[in-house]
Every structure is written in structure tokens, then in C-alpha cells.
Design a protein around this ligand. Sequence first.
Ligand code: NAI
Ligand code: PHE
Length: 384
Amino acid sequence: MSAPAPTVDHGERSLEDVLRAWDGEHAELRHDHASGAWMFVCIHSTRLGPAAGGTRIGVYDSPAEGLADAMRLAAAMTRKLAVADLPFGGGKAVLAVREIPRGEKRRRLLHRYGELLDSLGGRFWTGPDMNTDEHDMDLLPYAMVRSRKGGGSGSSAPATAAGVLRGIRASLNHALGSADLQDRVVLVQGMGGVGSHLAELLVEAGARVLINDLDAARVAKVAARMPVEIVASDRVLGTQCNVFAPCAVGGILNERSIPRLRCRIVAGAANNQLATTADGERLRSRGILYAPDYVINAGGSLHGIGLAALSWSGAELDRALNRIGDTLKALYRAADEDGIPTSEAADRLAAARLAQAPERGPTTKSANVDALAPYSTNRKEQEQ
Ligand code: NAI
Ligand code: PHE
């Protein structure tokens, strides 16, 4: 890939334009004067319960681009949680920063963001996403994925990767007639929390694993630990493989990139991989099987919500992760029967689940909020 594609092409749209075009329930916008960052909390739907979704820290070309990313990610959470059968609605937060903060600056920014989450009083529950992890969640109220030291279940990335692996097996089975990974070639883009775990699981399963990241240090770290081959960023799209697993940015499957793909399957963790809905059909007409992102990457949500809000055991989480493969199989069959893109089959399933749910207004109430009480304050407050 020559350059990372934007998630959405916003042109010169303003914050106001982006807000006006949104179909979600509520957007909370803050400018953080101390750092110059923008904080966006987008609650797309509370139809199935209080909203849940990750907090992403990112550098964007404009505040409007950060807001639009949060909105699109929040809408994907609504569909993800509906398909995964979790009693939460969809939301997402973006902290649009000038540069990714570290150390004391980061701690202070998260503290101020925590005040914003507090003011929402449980209408939005969060977890990690790009550039945030379970240690950041320890500093926040209404955060479900805490570090083990912070009394939580630890990083959600291994569960996300485990879910993606099951999804890759289901996809191989559908496209190539066998779920066996031995000697299959899988290209993993993004060596962050999820991508590096996925690479490890794939190596263990006998696959030939190709890896890529914009950050050379991350690639080197993974390559030092396991037998993988490194692919340069400008070679990702043209590299022949059985499975391309995007585990970095969104919008990478688009009008320009799809004709260049040389894989049979796209199955990875990145959110909002399709730049537009038309890209689902573009993949289908090229004969590329696409695992809808919000179906295959539900493992982080199953981990966060399952363990914290639903008090699941490890075995229950494992069974829920297995269902990712089952859901994909059913979607692939439905898409084949109806002659539609797999992304459309997933959207139909999500819409049907949402339509079945009883009407409810924005609320903090859910059958499971009691179990979440310890997570509603940050770790420091709990220790006092
Ligand atoms: P992370 O922040 O730990 O890692 C992202 C990695 O992608 C970094 O190493 C970064 O250098 C790399 N990267 C960024 N742009 C790139 C590009 N254009 N080409 C190649 N590499 C690039 O993020 P994490 O948590 O691993 O998440 C990855 C993706 O999976 C994101 O889209 C996230 O929204 C999604 N996801 C994450 C879940 C989780 O549990 N962490 C759950 C579900 C989805
Ligand atoms: N990043 C996760 C996702 O996109 C967000 C998440 C993690 C939400 C854990 C809730 C709990 O699915």
C-alpha cells in the first residue's frame, strides 16, 4: 500500500456538517484547552442497552475528520453488539490529538476525558481501541477492560485475535473447503495489540505468516520472536496470499485498493475496513470472500462486556468466540443464496436483531449494570 487510505473522504466538511449528516442519538464534543485535543463521544444507539465502544486516540487532518471517524465507528459498534447478541448499544470515543501523548501529558488528558465520561453517568461505557490499552482504562471511569493489576480481565487484544483466528478458519473452510491453516499464506497488516497476537496464533497453527506495520520497530519486535516474513508497506496490496488480515486502520478496502488485492479472503480485526458500502460488491465481483469486520472482530467486546458485565467464565467467553465462526458460516451461506455481498448479509442480520428489540430511550439501565458498579469509577478512586 503506498499510503494509508483515509477512513472517509470528508473534503472540507465542518464539525457542523458532520453532525448534521449523522443518524446517531447523541454526540458529545469537547475542546480540551490544556492540550488542544478534541474529545468526541458518539452514542449511536441505545436500543439494546447503554452504549459501549472503545476509545481511540488519533491524529486527524481536521477535528471534523476525528468526529466523523467516531461516528462511523459508533455505528459499527451498534451492529457489532447486535450481531454478537450483547445487551449494549453502540458508541465510540475519539480523542483527536496533535501528537500521541505519553507519560504525564497522557495521564492528564485521560483524567480530563474521565471527567467527560463521568458527566455522561453511564450512558457510555468504554474499552481500548487504537492507541489505548487496558492501563489507560485503569485511569477512566465507566471503562470495562481494566488491567489485571487494576482488578480487571487484562487486555482485550488476545480475545480479539482469537476471534479473528476462528473467523479466518471459517472463511478458509467456505472459500477453499478446509479450515486447516497449515502452509496457508496469511498477511497481517498492523502489528499492534491485536495483529501481533494474531500473527502468533497463525504461526502456532502452521501458517506462513507475512507481517507489515508502518512502525518498523513493531515489525522488528515481532520478527525477533517468531518465524514471519516482513512485507514493506508499498507491497501489501500486491502481495499474493490466501488471506489478507487488516489489523490497523479503516477504509483500506476501496475503489483503488480492491483491484490490486491478490488474495482469496479478507479477514481481519480492523474496524470499518470498507471505505463505502459499494466496496462490499467490489470485493464480491472480484471473487474475494470478505469477513464483515464487525462480525469477525467482536472478540474484544465479548471479552470486555462478557467478563465485566455478564460475569462470564473463561469457558463461556471461549464458547462465545466460537460463535464468531458459526455466525460467519451462516452469513456466507445467506450471501451465496441471495447473491449479495457478505457485508450486506451482515447488515441485514444486524438490522433484524435491532428491529426485534423493544423500543427504549437513551438509558443507563441494563440488566447488567449492577455487575458493572466496580467499573464505574477509576482505579485510583476505588483504592481510596
Ligand atoms: P494498536 O493501536 O495496538 O495497533 C495498531 C497498529 O497498526 C500499530 O502498530 C500501528 O503502527 C499500525 N498501523 C497504523 N496504520 C497503519 C498502516 N496504514 N499500515 C500498517 N500498519 C499501521 O491497535 P489494536 O488494538 O491492535 O487495533 C487494531 C485494529 O483492530 C483497529 O482498527 C481497532 O479498531 C480494531 N479492533 C481492536 C480491538 C481490540 O480489542 N483492541 C477489538 C476490535 C477491533
Ligand atoms: N475496540 C473494541 C472494538 O472495536 C472496543 C471495545 C472493547 C468495546 C471492549 C467494549 C469492550 O470492538
